[in-house]
Write a protein that binds this ligand. Structure first.
Ligand code: CNA
Length: 341
């Protein structure tokens, strides 16, 4: 496909179109018709390209350049990250909704009627053994943080990270140099155990032992099945999520990454920020069209929303390079990795 500039039809001194392509010129004798056809086709090509860009949510490159220049020059002083499963797929943990994601795997294995049913609290009450079997085979300590996780830690080291809201329960965010008080695990974690029925905390060590043996750990108080404090569909989010919403009002850059933005209330977080806040969305496919509404103004040149259709780690590589931070970032990764068990 021709680029926009190549497709321009130049006019001669008499105001007639000069044919843009020499080969076409030689092969076509009916000049006027050919010219107008070429003209029309050129315009079609340009339109096509623009439409494709719009479909992908890409906008002009200068918005990215402005973003980089502000990041590099320290104009963003309070950065929030809003992340999902896509930040951990390169560590080897599948996400939910990708074609080979957990939803499909678990729906097929347990013959469930909907993809999300496995993580529904009613399924857990009915068949706690499903989740115990899944957890038994899940050794979260065997996974290592990805370059994206280290990037968040790197910005924390630079004093720029204000807060991280993550939907992930893998704990990788806590292993790359970000202090616990700045991490909101919106969908809970695997570090603590509780009884979802009576809400009592239970001993995680005992819960782990039960999971390893495939025995349901019954709540000492109400006899209900216990599980790690990860939030299932139908359960409340941790209070820390709601308590920290106000922090988002005070950030000047929000980086949203690796999330389909389909799970509420997490998917409302990008709208908690101030209207002047920059919102950079990094995802391997376009996201952010909530219920058919384009909530991000990617295509509006005056907006501060920018979509990078990219794998999370590739985006980090590019941003770090464009900011001239490669050497410092690599050093940070190496140093931080040494402290990971
Ligand atoms: P999701 O709905 O599965 O969406 C993931 C998004 O990330 C999709 O849009 C993918 O296209 C995109 N994606 C996948 N890999 C990459 C990549 N390498 N780079 C960039 N983008 C990528 O997951 P969400 O997080 O949006 O949904 C919320 C669920 C998923 C939460 O309840 C989580 O607890 C849950 N989850 C967490 C983990 C984990 O802790 N690592 C794993 C699987 C699911």
């Amino acid at each position: 496909m021709e680029k926009k500039d190549d497709a321009k039809v130049e006019l001669d001194a008499a105001g007639q179109p000069i044919k843009p392509n020499k080969d076409l010129d030689n092969n076509n004798k009916n000049d006027d018709k050919t010219d107008s056809l070429i003209d029309k086709m050129s315009n079609l090509c340009v339109k096509d390209e623009d439409e494709t860009k719009k479909d992908k949510g890409e906008t002009k490159i200068d918005k990215y350049e402005t973003f980089i220049s502000k990041l590099k020059n320290g104009e963003f002083k309070k950065i929030a990250f809003l992340t999902g499963a896509g930040t951990s797929t390169s560590a080897g943990i599948p996400d939910f909704r990708s074609p080979n994601g957990l939803f499909k795997q678990l729906q097929e294995k347990y013959n469930l009627s909907s993809p999300s049913e496995f993580f529904d609290i009613d399924t857990f009450y009915k068949n706690p053994e499903y989740f115990y079997e899944f957890s038994k085979n899940l050794d979260l300590y065997s996974y290592k943080p990805t370059p994206f996780h280290y990037f968040m830690g790197f910005l924390e080291k630079k004093g720029l990270l204000k807060i991280l809201f993550t939907q992930n329960i893998d704990g990788l965010d806590l292993r790359c140099g970000i202090p616990f008080d700045k991490v909101v695990c919106a969908h809970g974690n695997y570090l603590e155990g509780h009884c979802p029925k009576c809400k009592k905390d239970v001993d995680m060590e005992q819960l782990r032992e039960h999971i390893a043996k495939g025995e349901i750990y019954k709540c000492p108080t109400c006899q209900g099945p216990c599980k790690p404090k990860i939030v299932f569909y139908g359960e409340m989010l941790p209070m820390k999520f709601f308590e920290n919403l106000k922090v988002l009002k005070d950030v000047d850059l929000a980086i949203v990454c690796g999330t389909s933005l389909l799970v509420g209330p997490f998917n409302s977080l990008p709208y908690e920020v101030d209207e002047n806040c920059w919102r950079i969305v990094i995802n391997k496919e376009k996201v952010g069209d909530l219920y058919g509404h384009n909530c991000f103004k990617y295509d509006d040149d005056d907006s501060t929303d920018y979509l990078m259709v990219s794998y999370a780690d590739d985006a980090v590589k590019k941003i770090v390079k464009d900011c001239g931070w490669e050497e410092d970032f690599n050093k940070f990764m190496e140093e931080t990795k040494k402290n990971i068990p």
